[in-house]
Design a protein around this ligand. Structure first.
Ligand code: FNR
Length: 182
């Protein structure tokens, strides 16, 4: 079982990147092979229908096409999806074969705010549905993340820590059921 995990912001101290690291380590300990697309992997030129897909988009397409599940760890900007992550997905959505059709996706987000990125996840759900992906109904939200995540991205609040374990287990269950891809 191969799981791709993508996200974080482009800044080096990204809370979402920290969370991504924790989720990647936790998932890998449960068995799947986990591969990460973050930071410079997601510095992809803006989508341009007149240009061929840039190398970053080709790499991301290859990664997703060879994965049975995807975790998106997304910051929330202005109650929505940050541009660099939407741009990356937009590029891959134009490439064939589509890696999104039937792909199980787990949404996770961290924010210093009280909503933990839940509004960005609502936008993600609309985009993923359009792509034919299967988003797990439950997502992981980490509110007050500047206080709640330690340096390794481990939630300090027991409620959040328990939610992470429960939702990751549900995601692996979904991936096991739907993830039989060549
Ligand atoms: C934000 N932030 C933010 N947070 C939130 O919970 N809801 C929001 O709508 C917004 N809007 C927003 C817009 C823009 C342009 C920026 C730069 C930031 C705050 C954001 O959650 C915070 O900066 C996080 O720390 C960003 O994620 P990383 O970089 O820590 O992963």
């Amino acid at each position: 079982m191969k799981i791709a995990i993508m996200g974080g912001s482009l800044r080096k101290d990204s809370l979402n990147l920290r969370l991504l690291g924790h989720l990647a380590r936790t998932l890998a300990a449960l068995g799947p092979k986990v591969r990460i697309a973050a930071g410079n992997d997601l510095r992809i030129p803006l989508y341009d229908a007149d240009a061929p897909p840039p190398p970053g988009a080709v790499s991301l397409h290859n990664l997703l096409a060879d994965s049975q599940g995807l975790v998106i760890v997304s910051p929330e900007y202005n109650a929505g999806i940050p541009a660099h992550l939407k741009n990356a997905l937009d590029w891959v959505s134009t490439m064939r074969p589509s890696p999104f059709q039937g792909l199980p996706v787990l949404l996770a987000s961290a924010s210093p705010g009280a909503f933990g990125g839940a509004r960005a996840q609502m936008q993600w759900r609309a985009t993923l549905a359009n792509l034919g992906a299967v988003a797990l109904p439950a997502g992981i939200t980490v509110p007050l993340a500047d206080r709640n995540l330690d340096a390794d991205g481990v939630p300090q609040d027991p409620r959040t820590a328990a939610e992470v374990q429960k939702v990751l287990a549900a995601f692996l269950d979904l991936t096991g059921r739907l993830g039989a891809r060549p």
